[in-house]
Design a protein around this ligand. Structure first.
Ligand code: SF4
Ligand code: SF4
Ligand code: FES
Length: 250
């Protein structure tokens, strides 16, 4: 390990009227197993305490450290500097409100999205804290768990052409979430309830299907499969609805 890294970082503090967006270069010796989390912390500790960036878990779980790393959205804590050239450029995730430098507000967007799609199990059963947990087929539980691995990092939205053009686009992350509730037998919503939320340009019809989202998802979620699953479901639902309509008019 004898590389000197040049880390070019976007700097801007929207709270400071004198601050102007610009790039600033920092130089740092690379160490064994260095991640961008370690590099940024060293820069902040040794060179500039005002540098803003977000981290919490350092293990790819909290989804806080998404940023654009040499042109590609990714988690900084899971990115090893040895996998990058010695010139590294870091930008904040686009799409989200900038807090300062590399820090963006993903939380507000995700809270609003989860409220909009009603991201919880809808059930008429009263909650009984004494009751045994409901049984579920293992295979189905695993399918649901697979989609629940999303860490709400926002990388898929930063890579999404539609999200960059339409502020109200719900993105692959919301479609993935809806797919997860459709699979869950405890959720008593009907197909029409889901499709009222995503059967429009904000949802499935806004998606251009180029799959930037799946390419960059650091958790390797099968986002393409969910887009296909929802489109097929919506197609069948529309056909059933058409048949029902015909019967009524006969
Ligand atoms: S496939 Fe759809 S959701 Fe994914 S990046 Fe493209 S437009 Fe966005
Ligand atoms: S779907 Fe993937 S990229 Fe998008 S927020 Fe979830 S973990 Fe991040
Ligand atoms: S710090 Fe939690 S995902 Fe990177």
């Amino acid at each position: 390990m004898d590389r000197m890294l040049t880390i070019n970082i976007f700097r801007y503090n929207p709270q400071d009227p004198d601050s102007k967006p610009h790039m600033e270069s920092f130089y740092i010796d690379e160490t064994e197993s260095m991640t961008l989390f370690i590099a940024l912390n060293r820069i902040r500790e040794e060179q500039d305490p005002s540098l803003q960036f977000d981290f919490c878990c350092r293990a790819g779980i909290c989804g806080q450290c998404g940023m654009v790393i040499n042109g590609r959205p990714n988690l900084a804590c899971k990115t090893k500097t040895k996998d990058l050239p010695s010139q590294i450029t870091l930008l904040p995730l686009p799409f989200f409100k900038l807090i300062g430098d590399l820090s963006v507000d993903t939380g507000t967007w995700f809270r609003e999205m989860n409220t909009h799609i009603e991201s919880w199990i809808h059930t008429s059963k009263e909650f009984d804290p004494e009751a045994e947990e409901e049984r579920m087929d293992n295979e189905l539980a695993e399918q649901i768990y697979e989609l629940d691995r999303c860490v709400e990092c926002g990388c898929c939205l930063a890579a999404c052409g539609t999200a960059r053009m339409r502020e109200d686009f719900l993105g692959a992350v919301a479609l993935n979430r809806i797919a997860r509730f459709i699979l869950d037998p405890r959720d008593e919503r009907e197909e029409k309830d889901y499709f009222e939320i995503i059967g429009n340009d904000q949802g499935i019809f806004g998606c251009m299907g180029l799959l930037g989202c799946e390419d960059v998802c650091p958790k390797n979620l099968p986002l393409q499969d969910q887009l296909g699953f929802l489109r097929r479901k919506m197609g069948f639902f529309a056909l059933k609805d058409l048949k029902r309509g015909k019967k009524k008019t006969c």
